[in-house]
Design a protein around this ligand. Sequence first.
Ligand code: NAP
Length: 455
Amino acid sequence: MAALGTAERPLRVAIVGSGPSGFYAAAPLLKHEAVCTIDMFERLPTPFGLVRGGVAPDHPKIRNVIKVYEKTARDPRFNLLANVKVGEDITVEELRQYYDAIIFACGAETDRRLGIPGEELAGSHTATAFVGWYNGHPDYRDLSFDLSQEVAVVIGVGNVAMDVARVLAKTVDELKHTDIAQHALDTLAESKVREIHVVGRRGAAQAAFTPLEIKEMGALEACDPVVDPAQLVLDPISEAELSDNNKAKNVEHLRAFAERTPEKPRRMHFHFLASPVELRGVGRVESMLLGRNKLEGDTPFKLKARPTGETFELPCGLVFRSIGYRGVPIPGVPFDERWGGIPNINGRVTENDIPLQGLYAVGWIKRGPSGIIGTNKPDSLETVKLLLEDAANLVPCETPSTEAVLDMLKARGVRVVTLDDWLKIDAAEIAAGEAVGKPRERFTRVSEMLGVLEA
Ligand code: NAP
């Protein structure tokens, strides 16, 4: 039998997930001298993962990477099999029958939990839900957010928290020419939210947001950032952390905010060294009890938040928990509940620390939910290098045929969305956007997306 990775018998790789880490795994495989065929599986009819469903609509430049991914997708050795749920429409065990290697690139689709009383009260939401909703993600299409409330609290000071706070703070005029989902724009147009409180459990020097994202809060049309200068007095170890240029710039922006006199109708208040202890309310969120923290530790960049015992109550009608994402287990694949990802050594999936042949992981499901889009490039490359090293020893799959996979899915009633299909959906969204002065008007229901393909 011909060796895997030759023209006679290409190495067949399934990539599960079509976000950045999946595409950054596909590209080096296609560039390598070994001959590979790649089938990329995606559960939605639309590809690109968080680049489509997570990136904020008012940050369109970040989405430009899609052009690079589309180039990869147009390679004749690449197939998109979207609208296919791995673990449901096809099991991982079945995938093994058709592919020599499987790369899990399925990201971190759910949220970490605070684990405090009241977390589930009406009016308390995850950032994932809000972001998915304003980006028209079909999973979150039918959620509702009661923006008749005047006070919202965003927990966490990462870039997702910044996206959530900024979308709440912006006017309709600032958002209407973006590709924000129309249902979200309509709801935001009626928003009564005036006070947005952003809460970080550690100090200003430890905030996870990046300088551009915090700087933007100083240039909003109708919202002023508010920071108490006392919150920006740093202890010596926090001062030492300003050796990190990003952290220094963050603090510089916050100090500039602290000097301003707020004049605009909306306010974004930054609170540091505070953690939510309890959400209170009868039937829905009415206030949040917060505990004041102090920093503990003597090593820069390793400081931890510790409660001082002092608490304060913040009346609020809306809460957005933005404390990081978490992976979702895939049936038949090991999962580490402690950190919410697939256990692996440098991308080789492991069980009890032993690599499982033919299974690999990239991106957030491999390393946890950190880093920007570009971080996934070296991360995926690390995994791909190991996969190619292993190629000679992989057990060849029984049925090396994409046609066979498509036939099986068709027999199961799955409408596989190919690259050509996606391009039709894409064109229809862009055309719908043109009519209303937006870069695109997203379809927010799977049935609408598939409807385009029936026309
Ligand atoms: P993140 O950057 O890890 O921030 C999570 C935030 O939640 C941190 O402030 C963290 O505080 C806090 N937190 C965690 N557990 C908490 C708890 N139990 N109680 C209170 N606070 C808690 O995560 P993210 O904002 O979800 O973003 C994920 C990644 O995507 C990041 O790398 C981010 O930069 C990236 N991203 C980038 C952009 C962009 O480039 N514009 C946009 C969105 C996201 P500690 O620091 O104390 O743990």
